[in-house]
Design a protein around this ligand. Structure first.
Ligand code: NCD
Length: 308
């Protein structure tokens, strides 16, 4: 397979297994390139990309921008705090104005689930969803799965538990779609109030005890509590959450095996992960960050190849 089956990257849900395999193969090539002394390739010369961030971001924004620059694209950046969105402009108007500047690809993060789907139906540029509210974060799931494959050689039959605020996490949903499509066994762990009611429909089991979950898994992908998306109290306090679900060295040492710890960032040290675990050799958190650039280069390159 040489081409993606989709014209935009809106969510993992819309991809086929072949698409993910093609993205991984392309990302492996780019990872080799960015580890050479000359890191830049001309693949996206004359392609203009707009990064539209309507919600905060550190890693994802920097990672996309670096990927675009490594591919020699022209890049413009936009975030709401400095824009006319604050003056009442609609999303479609903002984007149409940007498109009038002849933009080929839009990378968008937005607080509303489905925002990138809406854009893809209304405008001609290629759209990459960099996180839409509580819905999907496809490049994060791709880089997570790529990092697991790099560590274990394969994803099929690996046991992965996603821990924490599953209800409000776009990383959780995209990870579940992606890992299951690649044949992994996926479970979730966290307080019942933070597990979506439809989790059974995704064929994912909920383990409520953290030690049981860690004992079962090969990999724990640990998520942040998304306080900014919580309108009511889902648990008594962060301190209590951390006492019941926080992962520390003492807990890991009670397991009869070594597991891998992942986290998409930003970490709330001392809440979901203790510092000794985040910085230990269990953790592949910085490998995830490194792989994020290669995965985003691959996605940009493959979608740019579809521009007519
Ligand atoms: C995640 C996000 O924004 O969804 N972070 C990221 O993209 N690196 C997870 C989070 O904010 O907790």
């Amino acid at each position: 397979m040489k081409d993606l089956s989709v014209n935009n990257l809106l969510g993992i849900k819309y991809l086929k297994k072949n698409d993910i395999e093609l993205i991984f193969k392309t990302a492996e090539n780019f990872k080799n390139i960015i580890n050479q002394p000359i890191k830049k390739v001309p693949s996206l010369r004359d392609i203009t990309i707009a990064n539209l961030f309507f919600e905060n971001s550190t890693r994802t924004k920097l990672s996309f921008e670096l990927a675009q620059k490594r591919l020699s694209a022209d890049v413009i950046n936009f975030s709401t705090s400095f824009s006319s969105v604050k003056k009442g402009e609609t999303l479609l108007d903002t984007v149409n104005n940007i498109l009038a500047m002849k933009v080929d690809i839009i990378v968008m993060r937005h607080p509303n689930p489905g925002a990138s789907i809406f854009l893809s139906r209304n405008i001609d540029a290629k759209i990459i969803n960099a996180g839409d509210g509580t819905h999907e974060h496809p490049t994060q799931a791709l880089l997570d799965a790529f990092s697991i494959k790099e560590k274990y050689g394969q994803i099929k039959d690996k046991k992965i538990v996603i821990v924490g605020d599953i209800l409000h996490s776009r990383v959780a949903l995209s990870n579940i779609y992606c890992l299951k499509m690649l044949g992994a066994k996926v479970k979730v762990c966290g307080p019942s109030s933070l597990i979506p009611k439809h989790i059974d429909d995704l064929d994912v089991e909920h383990i409520s005890n953290i030690e049981d979950a860690l004992q079962w898994c090969d990999v724990a992908n640990v998520l942040r509590i998304q306080l900014e998306r919580q309108d009511v109290n889902y648990f008594p306090s962060l301190r209590e959450y951390s006492m019941v679900y926080g992962i520390n060295n003492e807990l890991l040492s009670r397991l009869n095996k070594k597991i891998t710890i992942m986290h998409p960032g930003p970490i709330n040290r001392g809440v979901e992960l203790s510092s000794d675990v985040a910085d230990s050799n269990h953790s592949i958190i910085l490998d995830q960050v490194e792989n994020g650039v290669a995965i985003r280069m691959a996605v940009l390159y493959l979608l740019a190849g579809k521009i007519k």
